[in-house]
Design a protein around this ligand. Structure first.
Ligand SMILES: CC(C)(COP(=O)(O)OP(=O)(O)OC[C@H]1O[C@@H](n2cnc3c(N)ncnc32)[C@H](O)[C@@H]1OP(=O)(O)O)[C@@H](O)C(=O)NCCC(=O)NCCS
Length: 277
């Protein structure tokens, strides 16, 4: 069986959070925390089973009513459940864009991958993903030889607003044992209304069409938000990524400088030809 606790995020009058940092003294406990698998509110699902205290606290804060999240985070910091510098995603409506969840099947062996917007609780899985990438792929992705992916850097990648910044992860495995095998992100430059994109796919999953799918999927999301187009910085030796951009279906403008292609394309310029220098 599975244990699921379902509750509204606030009391009926909306004045108190029903997700709390600590139980009041003497409160009755009928189910110990080690037995709770899911907690559900109108703001989402927290999967708690097998998670660390820090991950549990963050998962619960992120399904609390938004107006109580800051105070819950402060309380969690006071009892050292979470890092002192822990951040939360900026809040926009809708909170977690569940409409961008989808399954895709990839040939040749029909493997199913679940794609969804990244969540604050993906921090550890994202660190594991980056540590799994070969040095060359890290260099292609970050344009530098990154060796460590500490909390202070990774938390900014999982606590996003889904409005100016979007990250889609491809995951395999059951809920609670999910492994990230791909990541596609964009960050909007509000001045130009263009978003910078980047991608990474685990080595053993490359060449199946996942990178291509992620680019098209991010285009779809960005277009729905009125973004004008994408830009990217790609090493000249990264033939795979360049190839994916050039078959995206828009006129691709590119400029080579210092061994790095600066690429951009706009959604209102469907491809009949590619312009490169
Ligand atoms: C680039 C990357 C994201 C592509 O992901 P992927 O899932 O392997 O991509 P796909 O399977 O959708 O497509 C790869 C395409 O590139 C082509 N390709 C791969 N290597 C190539 C090469 N050396 N020369 C030319 N084309 C190449 C493949 O044939 C395929 O094209 P096709 O679909 O027309 O057959 C992945 O290789 C990766 O993570 N690389 C390391 C990180 C990185 O480079 N990130 C990009 C920074 S913006």
């Amino acid at each position: 069986g599975r244990s699921i606790v379902v509750l509204p995020s606030t009391t009926l009058d909306g004045k108190k959070s029903r997700i709390v940092a600590q139980l009041t003294k003497g409160a009755g406990v009928v189910t110990p925390r080690s037995n709770i698998e899911f907690v559900v509110t109108e703001f989402g699902i927290a999967h708690l089973f097998g998670k660390t205290i820090r991950e549990r606290a963050l998962a619960l804060i992120n399904i609390a009513h938004p107006k109580f999240r800051e105070e819950l985070l402060d309380a969690a910091k006071r009892v050292r459940y979470v890092y002192e510098d822990q951040i939360l995603p900026p809040i926009y409506e809708p909170l977690y864009p569940g409409q961008w969840e989808t399954y895709q099947i990839f040939p040749p062996d029909n493997q199913k991958v679940f794609f969804r917007p990244i969540r604050p609780t993906d921090e550890r899985a994202l660190q594991e993903f980056f540590y799994s990438l070969p040095d060359e792929d890290i260099y292609y992705r970050f344009l530098s030889a990154m060796k460590v992916f500490p909390h202070r850097n990774i938390q900014a990648m999982v606590n996003i607003d889904y409005e100016h910044e979007m990250a889609i992860v491809g995951v395999i495995g059951d809920i609670g044992e999910e492994k990230i095998i791909a990541l596609g992100r964009y960050i909007l430059d509000q001045k130009t209304n263009m978003a910078e994109v980047d991608f990474a796919v685990r080595a053993e999953w490359q060449g199946k069409g996942i990178g291509t799918f992620l680019l098209h999927y991010l285009c779809e999301i960005a277009k729905s938000k009125g973004i004008s187009g994408f830009c990217a910085y790609v090493l000249a030796s990264n033939r795979g990524m360049l190839h994916i951009f050039h078959k995206v279906g828009y006129v691709v403008h590119s400029h080579l400088e210092g061994g790095i292609y600066e690429i951009y394309f706009k959604f209102d310029e469907p491809a009949e030809q590619c312009i490169t220098d």
